[in-house]
Design a protein around this ligand. Structure first.
Ligand code: PLP
Length: 361
């Protein structure tokens, strides 16, 4: 980008580009790993009622610590992973991107290691917050090579080591045993292991949150944007040792999470069984979509998430991306030559995607 000379922009920001998944009109929006199932009429009404109650007090600042929401989030995680967390183990913010930013602000004083390709915002937020990002390497099939990852941790001694499981954009997950090996290596260099579990509910692996009582330097990022179908409300959270939560409070902005957001998220958590009911539907659709892609002669990376990275088409990825868009299907070109990523949609969206793809390859 050509910045005007008069703009005193920080020199290290000048070469960067903003995050920008295209927000363009389409019949099937399968590009940002959203959940295709909107809130039920009952949930919409419950949210509206809760917001109406809160609206009466909007002259006042919200609960700065979002205590009720954090209590509900800890109860949710306890039920899911058989743990005994309290609100002292949870921090909540406007989407997990804000959680990631707070992690960098609090702990990014030293090199930060991640294993690419992975979630593009990890390196971007590192750069924006002034941390030195190191691109660690994966196997050529995009799986995480734990042995090599340990060697890279020993070499760079990062303040923060990021892993994403299931990984975005590839979809693969790592096991709890592998995470333990990484956690041991990270402990030896005095850093934190950040496990981004944005897609955890779509995976069968045990959550890294179960390690926290014995590994306080393991911190786990979660979001309500994906399995919870709540991306528009912007709620992400961190599961961590209470000392990590206390450090998050140093870097958060005062009253960062609005009363409206807190109220809506509390209601959504009360409807968790309904919302998570769609997770199994999406997992089944993922299998159907994978089978269809294979029948077309395409290859996929095995996915534990709500998206599939596929390859094996002859056109280059940007060309196929725009041809699909011209047929109303918006997928994601994640910048990996020869690959595109498709989010699992509802039945009609998946059908449109497969029909369009069949006509194009
Ligand atoms: C791995 C990963 N982490 C975090 C996020 C951010 O999610 P949000 O800010 O909506 O919670 C995403 C979004 O796609 C993601 O893929």
């Amino acid at each position: 980008m050509n910045w005007p000379a008069w703009l005193p922009l920080r020199a290290d920001l000048a070469p960067l580009s903003p995050y920008g998944a295209p927000q363009v009109a389409s019949t099937a929006a399968l590009n940002t790993n959203e959940n295709p199932y909107p809130p039920s009429a009952a949930l919409q009404k419950a949210i509206a009622d809760a917001v109406l109650l809160v609206a009466a007090d909007l002259n006042r600042y919200p609960d700065r610590d979002a205590t009720l929401l954090r209590q509900k989030l800890s109860a949710y995680i306890n039920e899911l992973s058989s743990m005994e967390f309290s609100e002292e183990n949870i921090w909540a913010a406007n989407g997990s991107n804000e959680i990631i930013q707070s992690i960098f602000l609090a702990f990014g004083d030293g090199p930060v290691l991640g294993f690419t390709p992975s979630y593009s915002m990890h390196p971007l937020i590192a750069k924006v917050t002034g941390s030195k990002w190191i691109d660690g390497q994966r196997n050529s099939d995009f799986s995480l090579n734990v042995e090599k990852a340990v060697a890279q941790i020993q070499q760079h001694k990062p303040a923060l080591t990021f892993i994403t499981t299931p990984n975005n954009p590839t979809g693969g997950a790592v096991t709890i045993e592998e995470i333990k090996v990484l956690a041991d290596a990270v402990a030896k260099v005095g850093g934190l292991l950040v496990v981004d579990e944005a897609y955890a509910e779509f995976s069968c692996e045990i959550s890294a949150a179960t390690l926290i009582p014995n590994y306080p330097h393991v911190i786990v990022i979660r979001t309500m944007s994906k399995a919870f179908a709540f991306a528009g409300a912007r709620v992400g959270y961190l599961i961590c040792d209470p000392a990590v939560k206390d450090a998050m409070m140093l870097v958060r902005l005062p009253y960062h999470l609005s009363a409206l957001t807190q109220a809506a998220a509390c209601v959504a958590l009360d409807f968790k069984d309904e919302l998570l009911g769609f997770v199994s539907t999406l997992r089944q659709s993922r299998q159907v979509l994978e089978d269809c892609l294979h029948e077309m002669g395409l290859a996929t990376i095995p996915s534990s998430a709500n998206f599939i990275l596929f390859t094996g088409f002859s056109a280059d990825a940007p060309k196929l991306w725009s041809e699909l868009l011209s047929k109303g299907v918006l997928v994601r070109d994640v910048g990996l030559a020869g690959y595109l990523r498709v989010t699992i949609g509802n039945e009609a969206e998946n059908k449109l995607f497969i029909t369009a793809l069949k006509e194009l390859i």
